[in-house]
Write a protein that binds this ligand. Structure first.
Ligand code: FMN
Length: 400
């Protein structure tokens, strides 16, 4: 795999200039401060750890944009303790990007106002992509943009309360192929002063199945030439990012599952955009083990509890070890560790000299195919009625 130079230009999100034009996708339970730190290090945005070539262009610029996991607006305005911890940024994170999810315009407005007044972030992204039945059943998540007026009200409140902060949105194509919403949502976003739109090229009905429809990203770009369009879906390596930008004309890419257990993908992305072919990082298992320990350690510091950090890290083990020869028992041991020393011990017992395996390439993370989208009764009857969504559509926090 070789990445190629692009004619891409820096991505502008309001006052923030981002190069390369790459965004870490918000992922609930994943893109907390420790994971963002790792990704930023590999992108060369922090510390010296990233094996990244010096950029050819002189850049003012932020080395990518690393968005928080989703924060529900109601929990934020209620100052829920866990939520207040989730919005924590490492002191060196700049710009600080928070993703919000809310279904009630007034609450969204209050949450945005709180972020501005208390200087909690530099950029706000709004999530309209969640396909989870518990959420769509109430009209939330990816069901919400179907109600155009409700979407408009939410965006109006968000932008109206954001002051100088740029507000962006992230969405799916629609509910299903017969109920696409992304073009209307893009137009509404422009009309309401949203700074940029990101499109995951799947419908809610698809969940994570099939392949992302990059043509839809191209259509959105044509439809809303006034603002940057970010493409999202199925970027598994740096070359995919370059291909998506070429194929769709989008202004930037959003990378999700491809960096699960592989934060060094950000080094590849920087190399691909900076000098068109830094190749691909192929860490040995020893190097991967080092990143695993660092990730678990950062989680422990963030949670102020080493054991909780290592336990939270367990979900990452299958992604980091994907493709390597790690027997099922060893894999289980790794996923049962509850201290850094134990994790280190289990890792040291493995063949650390293993080369990066081809089997580690390609899709990783959620791939479950679509199910029927569960909606409130009569939801599809009138896209323009004055729908309201009950607040418990914010209860699920599993994301997009
Ligand atoms: C574990 C997980 C959690 C996610 N959480 C969120 C979220 O909180 N907010 C959001 O907008 N999307 C969320 N998503 C969707 C991703 O941001 C992204 O749109 C999707 O994974 C498609 O991009 P990819 O093909 O690069 O993974 C989540 C996805 C995964 C796999």
């Amino acid at each position: 795999m070789t990445a190629h130079a692009t004619t891409a230009t820096p991505l502008r999100i309001g006052p923030h200039t981002v190069w390369p034009p790459v965004v870490l996708a918000p992922m609930a339970g994943i893109t907390n401060a420790p994971f963002r730190t790792l990704c930023r290090e590999f992108s060369g945005g922090k510390g010296q750890q990233a094996p990244v070539a010096e950029p050819r262009r002189r850049a003012p610029r932020h080395r990518g944009l690393f968005v928080s996991e989703m924060i529900t607006t109601r929990a934020l305005v209620e100052r829920n303790e866990k939520t207040m911890h989730l919005i924590h940024f490492d002191g060196t994170e700049k710009p600080r990007s928070i993703q919000l999810y809310g279904v009630d315009p007034v609450t969204v407005g209050k949450a945005v106002r709180m972020i501005v007044d208390e200087d909690l972030a530099d950029h706000i992204d709004l999530n309209f992509g969640c396909p989870v039945p518990k959420v769509t059943r109430k009209g939330g998540g990816s069901a919400l943009p179907y109600k155009r007026n409700l979407l408009r009200s939410i965006l109006r409140e968000a932008v109206g309360n954001a002051g100088e902060l740029p507000v962006t949105i992230k969405m799916r194509k629609g509910i299903d192929d017969d109920h696409l919403t992304y073009l209307d949502a893009g137009r509404i976003a422009v009309e309401e002063g949203v700074t940029a739109v990101a499109l995951h090229g799947r419908t809610a009905a698809q969940h994570y199945g099939g392949t992302a429809d990059w043509d839809a990203i191209a259509r959105l770009k044509e439809h809303v030439p006034e603002i940057p369009v970010l493409g999202n879906g199925d970027i598994w390596c740096a070359d995919d990012a370059v291909r998506m930008m070429r194929a769709t004309g989008c202004d930037g890419v959003v990378v999700g599952r491809g960096c699960l257990g592989r934060p060094w993908l950000f080094a590849d992305l920087v190399a691909a955009f900076d000098d068109g072919g830094g190749g691909q990082a192929r860490p040995t298992f020893k190097e991967v083990a080092g990143v695993m320990l660092r990730h678990a350690g950062l989680l422990g510091e963030w949670l102020d509890d080493e054991a909780r950090g290592v336990i939270d890290f367990r979900k990452h083990v299958p992604w980091y070890t994907k493709g390597f020869s790690v027997g099922s028992e060893a894999r289980r041991n790794l996923a049962m560790a509850s201290s850094l020393a134990e994790l280190d011990d289990h890792l040291s017992g493995l063949d650390l000299d293993q080369e990066w395996p081809e089997r580690a390439e390609g899709p990783r993370g959620r791939t479950a195919a679509g199910k029927r989208v569960v909606l409130p009764d009569g939801w599809l009857k009138d896209p323009y009625d004055c729908a309201a969504v009950s607040a418990d559509a914010e209860l699920d926090t599993s994301g997009g």
